[in-house]
Design a protein around this ligand. Structure first.
Ligand code: NAP
Length: 419
């Protein structure tokens, strides 16, 4: 190719993903040069510059000094530090100078995406975050560029590979939560501290990022009803199958004009649901809308190499985009707040002694305002399972609380979806 343009990249962070960006950049150089672009990592910012870094060549400056980093002639900044406050300062500094930024950081985008996108628009540059939600599946860019696709009114997704791996192992191998989580860690799917994965906080951040790409700002991850998968036991997963479905770690939102009703947590789905067969570390997002019907994207949600590939594709996109395209970035057009939807519920009730028979449990629950659609027939070892009709969380909590006060039972409830 006669006309090859060199793109100078500044890499914020050289950890798991940063090293993979360096490796994938090297491995794909030939094919990108054939397309007229030579991506070069000019500089990397780290915490500890004294550690030797074999992952980058001698031509890359590795520094812990932000001023030295920003003194380089940068065409694109790639942010893979993680967290919120530290990268916010650097990303703001880059965008304020008109340097495009590409990030894999859902926490940063969930907390500050709209504000950063507005800054980018003011300085005529762009912020890309395709790798921040379902890192291996490029769908956010499609939402950004296609307004009718983004006019969707329902999102149902599996956004955390660790949680999905754990629940799949509990379902198919009868593993306990703890053993399944250790296996996920051994495979490298879980973070060293997997608490954000299993609590649903990671998925809540990603759901906020997706909503931003639907033009909705104002939803704060902390406001989304979030429950973890750590209260489930293997028998729950077996019973989910007896009820003709499975339990998956779901992020869900109904989008209306004035509000978004959303939740993140383990959810019973019928076998026929598009997300019921998304197993192990795979992720997926299903969008429903008037123009698109039901549309599902699925694929790997994490992994350093996969994430690095998506980040570098974002770099290429930024490098070949005109400013006019960049300006059409994600700046939410309406601000709404999150509430919780009414749904059916998958419930488990444990009695200290023998449970009453199924019909009595059903009648008792009805007297507390909960209508049961499915109930397990044998109340073995004092345990009864059911699936309720649609009701709000407040009503479910009040009714099960009254049942507990009347009978001394304990209970667990997670959401259920119909289709
Ligand atoms: N892992 C995945 O599969 C995956 C997938 C999608 C998205 N992500 C996202 O990618 C991002 C990076 O993840 P990671 O696993 O690569 O993290 P990591 O291994 O912890 O790497 C973080 C890097 O940032 C540097 N750093 C930390 N604090 C710094 C500071 N104050 N100033 C300058 N540099 C600092 C560290 O420097 P030192 O090397 O000196 O410690 C390290 O190089 C996160 O936002 C994560 O959510 C990861």
């Amino acid at each position: 190719v006669s006309d090859v343009r060199t793109i100078h990249i500044g890499l914020l962070g050289l950890g798991n993903v940063g090293q993979a960006v360096a490796a994938v950049c090297e491995a794909t150089r030939g094919s990108l040069i054939a397309r007229g672009l030579d991506l070069r990592i000019l500089v990397a910012l780290v915490r500890d510059a004294s550690r030797s870094r074999n992952c980058v060549g001698a031509e890359t400056v590795v520094t812990a000094d932000p001023d030295e980093f920003f003194a380089q002639p940068l065409d694109v900044v790639v942010e893979v530090i993680g967290g919120v406050e530290v990268p916010l300062a650097y990303v703001t500094r880059a965008l304020a100078r008109g340097i495009p930024v590409v990030t894999a950081n859902k926490s940063l985008v969930a907390a500050h995406g709209p504000q950063l996108a507005r800054l980018a628009a003011r300085t005529g540059t762009t912020l890309r975050c395709e790798a921040s939600a379902i890192a291996g599946v490029p769908f956010l860019g499609a939402l950004r560029q296609r307004p009718l696709l983004a006019r969707c009114d329902r999102v149902a997704a599996i956004l955390n590979g660790t949680s999905n791996y754990v629940l799949t192992a509990m379902t198919t191998k009868g593993e306990t939560f703890e053993r399944a989580l250790r296996a996920a860690q051994a495979h490298g799917y879980a973070e060293p501290d997997p608490s954000r994965d299993v609590s649903g906080l990671d998925a809540a951040d990603k759901l906020v990022v997706i909503l931003q790409h639907l033009g909705i700002g104002g939803v704060v991850a902390d406001e989304i009803e979030t429950s973890g998968i750590d209260e489930l036991d293997p028998q729950d997963l077996t019973q989910a199958g007896v009820f003709g479905g499975t339990i998956k770690p779901i992020a869900f939102a109904i989008v209306q004009e004035e509000r978004v009703s959303a939740f993140v947590g383990p959810t019973w789905l019928p076998e026929s649901h598009s997300l019921a067969r998304i197993d192990a570390e795979q992720n997926a997002v299903c969008l429903h809308g008037p123009e698109i019907g039901r549309l599902c994207f699925s694929g790997p949600g994490a992994g350093p190499e996969i994430t690095a590939g998506t980040l570098l594709d974002d770099v290429v996109e930024v490098a070949v985009s005109s400013n006019a395209v960049c300006a059409a970035d994600v700046t939410p057009d309406r601000v709404v707040h999150a509430t919780t939807p009414a749904t059916p519920w998958f419930i488990r009730i444990d009695y200290a002694d023998q449970a009453p028979d199924a019909r009595d449990v059903q009648e008792l629950l009805a007297s507390f305002g909960i209508w049961i659609r499915r109930i397990s027939d044998a109340a073995r070892e004092g345990r009864v399972y059911g699936i309720t009709h649609t009701c709000a969380r407040a009503q479910l909590d009040a009714s099960l609380g009254a049942l507990r006060a009347a009978t001394g039972c304990t209970y667990f409830a997670c959401r259920a979806l119909e289709d």
